[in-house]
Design a protein around this ligand. Structure first.
Ligand code: NAP
Ligand code: MG
Length: 396
């Protein structure tokens, strides 16, 4: 390796897996170069969360990061870790710093059959992560009265629209988005489609929302026509816009193998739907891509807290490390691509193959065995599973 990966360590069970993966699957095989940031909650607290900001800055500088799952503190964590403050979600901080879009895709394995049986390829969900209902302002209307939408320009000019003349009590909501954020989202989607050579689908409800949703559609189309049309044609891929309800029907009938760009709320709902339909949360990968082409790879699942408490009590755990291994392979492959190191890309490909073959050969962790169609799966504990992958790797 020439450029280091930005390594973001994390919390609980995934922190345990992190070390096992490095010791068993990475360090014996590659000359691993990383710039290490400890995003474990204790150290975030000690540094007043500065370490998270530093890790995001390092990612901008080096271009590729790999992240372990981290705790987003809540009231219970405040006491558990004796926190100075309820620190923000590291993922939120990193996403804001990189102005990034998150792409999530399932890892497909024979024997884990999606509920939608014509889905033979992964569907990647790209979720816009700014605005709409997630930054809303709401009013509970107490009784009769008039609601207006008012914009006051920096120069004092006003735009007014009547929302509703209430005859009795009701509810009101104000939402917004910015052209800048939608533009970043669109560019990240177009770049990722080119990067992974997959078609890009985008859908909103522009027939009903003639200005708000239409603006999303227009920005996507404008950027596509001006900057990506030729590149897409050369790559043999397609950009396709449709209405959200039409998209849902087409997605179910499809065989997969494309990127589905979603507005914030649609992405929230559809990513859980797609993840569940493919079988298992522990098999979802996630990558944050900035419009400038910076990448941060991670597993889509959390720190697997319940397993960690068992581990602390000395009980056996059977935690699936595949999505975390794929975070490493994704990052190593991208690093290899950017630095022109073919061996690193080949290592990533081979390690992924070893993960898949291990499960297809019937060796897996407990949650996979529960949904696998494999006849007599051998259920392994967390470390045994990683060692089984190593054995498969050595046999390839
Ligand atoms: P979780 O860690 O994703 O785990 C939820 C449940 O899903 C687990 O209890 C386990 O079910 C199953 N599961 C998830 N990953 C698995 C794996 N690799 N192998 C086997 N089973 C797996 O979510 P959570 O328990 O709601 O959250 C725990 C912590 O993670 C929270 O503090 C949260 O803030 C954090 N979190 C972080 C991220 C991130 O960093 N990207 C994302 C989500 C959540 P069973 O217990 O039934 O076996
Ligand atoms: Mg959700």
């Amino acid at each position: 390796m020439t450029t280091p990966l930005v390594e973001m360590d994390g919390d609980e069970m995934t922190r345990i897996l992190w070390k096992m993966i490095k010791d068993e699957l990475l360090l014996p095989y590659i000359d691993l170069k990383t710039e290490y940031y400890d995003l474990g909650l204790e150290y975030r607290n000690e540094t007043n969360d500065q370490v998270t900001i530093d890790s995001a800055e390092a990612t901008k500088k080096h271009g590729v990061a790999v992240k372990c799952a981290t705790i987003t503190p809540n009231a219970a964590r405040m006491t558990e870790y004796n926190l100075k403050e309820m620190w923000k979600s590291p993922n939120g901080t990193i996403r804001a710093a990189l102005d990034g879009t998150v792409f999530r895709a399932p890892i497909l394995i024979k024997g884990i059959v999606p509920y939608v049986n014509n889905w033979s390829k992964p569907i990647t969900i790209a979720r816009h992560a700014y605005g709409d209902v997630y930054k809303n302002v709401e009013i509970k209307v107490p009784g009769a009265g008039k609601a207006e939408l008012v914009f006051i320009g920096a120069d004092g000019t006003e735009i007014r629209e009547t929302i509703h003349e209430f005859k009795g009590s009701g509810i009101l909501q104000g939402i917004h988005n910015t052209d800048e954020s939608i533009t970043s989202f669109a560019k990240a989607c177009f770049n990722y489609a080119l990067d992974t050579k997959q078609d890009l689908w985008f859908a909103t409800k522009d027939t009903i929302s003639k200005k708000y949703d239409h603006n999303f559609k227009d920005i996507f189309q404008g950027i596509y026509d001006a900057q990506y049309k030729d590149k897409f044609e050369r790559a043999g891929i397609e950009y396709f816009y449709t209405l959200i309800d039409d998209a849902v029907a087409r997605v179910i009938r499809s065989e997969g193998g494309f990127i589905w760009a979603c507005k914030n709320y649609d992405g929230d709902v559809m990513s859980d739907m797609v993840a569940t339909a493919y079988g298992d949360l522990s098999m979802m990968t996630s990558v944050l891509v900035s419009p400038s082409g910076v990448y941060e790879y991670e597993a889509a699942h959390g720190t697997v807290q319940r397993h960690y408490y068992k581990y602390l009590k000395g009980e056996e755990t059977s935690t699936n490390s595949i999505a975390t291994i794929f975070a490493w392979t994704g990052a190593l492959r991208k690093r290899g691509e950017l630095d022109g190191i073919r061996e690193l890309q080949e290592f990533a490909d081979k390690l992924e193959k070893a993960c898949i073959k291990t499960v297809e050969d019937g060796k897996m962790t407990k949650s996979l065995a529960l949904i696998s169609t494999c006849e007599n799966p051998v259920i392994l504990n967390s470390l045994e599973f990683i060692r089984a992958i190593r054995e498969t790797y050595d046999s390839l």
